[in-house]
Write a protein that binds this ligand. Structure first.
Ligand code: NAP
Length: 307
């Protein structure tokens, strides 16, 4: 992997810019998909307790390591704590059950450690600090090389600061030209927290189409993505790449690692091929003006807006 293909987290650990997203990939399919992704050059895989596919993802990683003569340290693996949401009838996790959760994830993955462990969302006000203390302990034990959060807004991170706890190494959030979160991104830069972008491909007319993710907002966005005068179509033609590559390259130029999900090897190849062109300053400035506000990836609303 070349030097340009990674950035360094505050924990001093290199994170490959391009990771495979695995949300909505069934456990039974995950091993083959992950194996194929590592086969086309991915060295970073993103899963979560919530996705229900850690077993398949872990099997795919272990099979690929063997097939390609790689070692565990060659692949960056992220999983996420499902924190529990009392509003959905779930029991929010405590420090103790947080620690037990990573042990269970590691057993399903068949790995001894993950490179990054995240709190999936800031659901429970009472338990957020307790869960973060659990992650700090897991890092101390070496079961997670780096720790972070996901879908946390400034106020959620300020709670950790106020309690005198270590800052997260990363915050995984919905980031693409239509959801740029400028205030949050500025805050993360000031604190040295790496933003990791998810759902980078929202502006594509094909985004999650097979998965039937539909709301009035996504239907309207899909129609915008389909328009012949879409600025991403024009940029793709100008740089001789696909629209997906333009969206992913934008994130990388902003300094955000990306997690494109595809089960199709041809798309995986495209999604990993992001280092042979550069979006020029004029186009980056045009994209900076495209922000439409909140994210759309969570069917129940933008979790960065959680209380
Ligand atoms: P995404 O990666 O932005 O988009 C995936 C969709 O785009 C799928 O429908 C895929 O279909 C299609 N696609 C992929 N590559 C393409 C290409 N080159 N051209 C055209 N279409 C393409 O969406 P996402 O799954 O929402 O986000 C990515 C990952 O981020 C997730 O898998 C997950 O790991 C993570 N994530 C995290 C959170 C969180 O709360 N932390 C939330 C959402 C996502 P095919 O599979 O058919 O190719």
């Amino acid at each position: 992997m070349g030097k340009n293909d990674t950035r360094v987290l505050t924990a001093g650990i290199e994170i490959p810019y391009v990771g495979l997203g695995t949300y909505l990939i069934a456990n039974d399919d995950a091993a083959a998909v992950v194996r194929a992704a590592l086969g086309v050059g991915f060295r970073h895989v993103d899963t979560a307790e919530f996705y229900g596919n850690e077993e398949g993802v872990g099997a795919g990683i272990r099979q690929a390591l063997e097939a390609h003569g790689l070692s565990r340290k060659d692949v960056f693996v992220t999983t996420k704590l499902w924190p529990g949401n009392a509003a959905w009838g779930q029991t929010p996790k405590t420090t103790e059950t947080t620690i037990a959760s990573l042990d269970e994830s590691l057993a399903r993955l068949g790995l001894e450690y993950v490179d990054l462990y995240l709190i999936h969302a800031p659901f429970d006000h009472e338990q957020r600090l307790a869960q973060w203390r659990g992650l700090v302990e897991l890092k101390r034990q070496g079961k997670a090389r780096a720790i972070g959060v996901s879908n946390f807004d400034v106020a959620h991170i300020e709670e950790l600061v106020g309690a005198g706890l270590p800052l997260p190494d990363a915050n995984q959030i919905e980031l693409h030209p239509w959801s740029q979160k400028p205030a949050l991104v500025r805050y993360l830069a000031e604190k040295g927290i790496t933003p990791i972008a998810y759902s980078s491909l929202v502006p594509l007319s094909t985004w999650r189409i097979a998965e039937g993710h539909d709301s009035a907002k996504t239907a309207e966005m899909r129609a915008t993505g389909e328009r012949a005068d879409s600025p991403f179509k024009a940029m793709a033609a100008k740089y001789g790449v696909s629209e997906a590559q333009v969206l992913l390259r934008w994130a990388i130029q902003m300094g955000y690692p990306v997690l494109p999900k595809s089960t199709k090897p041809e798309r995986m190849r495209q999604n990993a091929d992001l280092f042979s062109f550069r979006i020029d300053d004029q186009d980056m400035a045009a994209i900076a003006k495209m922000d439409r506000g909140d994210g759309v990836a969570w069917p129940m609303g933008d979790p960065t807006k959680a209380a």
